[in-house]
Structures are given as C-alpha cells and as structure tokens.
Design a protein around this ligand. Structure first.
Ligand code: ITT
Length: 196
C-alpha cells in the first residue's frame, strides 16, 4: 500500500520511514513530486497545521496521506518557537540560523532552559481520520553538539541522557522522540483498524 507523507523535510521522512519499515507500506514524500502545492501553515496549533497539511495534500493527490506538525517549546521563551519552529529565524531560515537565534534569545535566562519537543501525527484516507500526539522533555544547552538528526537536535538534551539528540544514534532517537512516540501510536491504531 502506498502512503504519501505530506512533508518536504528529509529528516522527518527518514525517521518515519524507519518506523513503518516493519509494515507493507511504501512510504513516499512530497519530494517525489515536482508539482506538490505549498501548504500554508497558518493554524494556531500543531493539530490544526498537521490536519491542514494532510487534508490539502490528500485533495491534491487522492492517496492515503500521513502528516506531521512538530516543534520545540521552550519554557523561558513562553512556548516559543512552538508552531513557528521551522521559520524561527525568518523566511530564509535554516537549521543553523534557527539554532543561533534560539541561543541568542536564551542568553539572558539562567540554566536550565527546560524545553520539550511535541509532535502531532495524522493519517487520512477516504474513510479514516486518525490523530495522535506525543512529546519528549529535555533542556536546551548552550553549545551545539552532534551532527545526527536535524533542526534543533544539536541543542536538545533529552531528559535522562547526557548526549544531545544530535549525538545519540538515529536508532535511539527513533525510540524516544516525540515523533517516534506519536507515529508508533498512529501505526498501532492503523493496525487495529485493519488499515495496514
Ligand atoms: P514539513 O512541514 O514539510 O513537514 P517542516 O520542517 O516545515 O516540514 P514543521 O512545520 O512541522 O515541519 O516544523 C517543524 C520544525 O520543528 C522543524 O523544521 C525543526 O526545526 C523542529 N523540529 C521538529 N522535530 C524535530 C526534531 O525531531 N529534531 C529537531 N528539530 C525538530
């Protein structure tokens, strides 16, 4: 069964492909098409944005779709970057620029900088509509460490670990992360409902 992951983020795609690797699903992404619409993420919650991505991409391609809206929530920054995580440093944002902005914003606050990653995962097809959520707690450190993962991984120290998400192996990240937990729940519901 072919499922389209409504993402252009290659880091997310790699992680979620791995989570579904023990199923018969052939997971493709928007990077397999050159005509995919750009979904405007103007919702006010992760759930709204994840649903919007899934619904608009389903309408365009008429294939079963999964989507992910995720981000980093930092306590001392009143929840920022939150739903704006991917564009935190502006329209020309890159992971590096976002990390620099985050450290800059946190400069005047004492450590620890408590934070969490959250993820909403969605599956839709012509009959089903499933939404799951999960998160992982941790803190933001003052110097990036590690080159694994993507986004804010080099600055995020998951609770109970002395390595950042950029230093731990992809296998371990894919057991403990917000995305791993949300998509494993989604997968289980899909199995229970005989979708996969
Ligand atoms: P798509 O919308 O195409 O899926 P995106 O990168 O724009 O890709 P989001 O809108 O969900 O995705 O933004 C998520 C951002 O949050 C992402 O770009 C990272 O900056 C950050 N983020 C989410 N999950 C992360 C993770 O596992 N590790 C590090 N950073 C993460």
């Amino acid at each position: 069964m072919k499922i389209l992951f409504a993402t252009k983020n290659k880091g997310k795609y790699k992680e979620v492909k791995n989570i579904f690797s023990d199923t018969d699903i052939e997971l493709i992404s928007l990077n397999d098409f050159d005509n995919a619409i750009d979904v405007v993420e103007d919702g006010s919650t992760f759930e709204e944005n994840a649903l919007k991505k899934a619904v608009e991409i389903y309408s365009q391609f008429k294939l079963p779709v999964i989507s992910d809206d995720s981000g980093l929530i930092v306590e001392q920054l009143k929840g920022a970057p939150g739903i704006h995580s991917s564009r935190y440093s502006g329209d020309d944002a890159t992971d590096k620029k976002n990390n620099i902005k985050l450290l800059d914003e946190l400069k005047s606050f004492p450590e620890p900088h408590c934070a969490k990653f959250v993820c909403t995962a969605v599956y839709i097809d012509s009959k089903n509509n499933i939404i799951t959520n999960d998160e992982i707690n941790g803190q933001i450190i003052s110097q990036p460490r590690g080159t694994n993962g993507f986004g804010y991984d080099p600055l995020f120290l998951p609770e109970g670990f002395n390595k950042t998400s950029g230093e731990i192996s992809p296998d371990i990240k894919n057991k403990i992360s917000h995305r791993a937990k949300a998509f494993n729940k989604l997968k289980q519901i899909m199995v229970d409902n005989n979708i996969i």
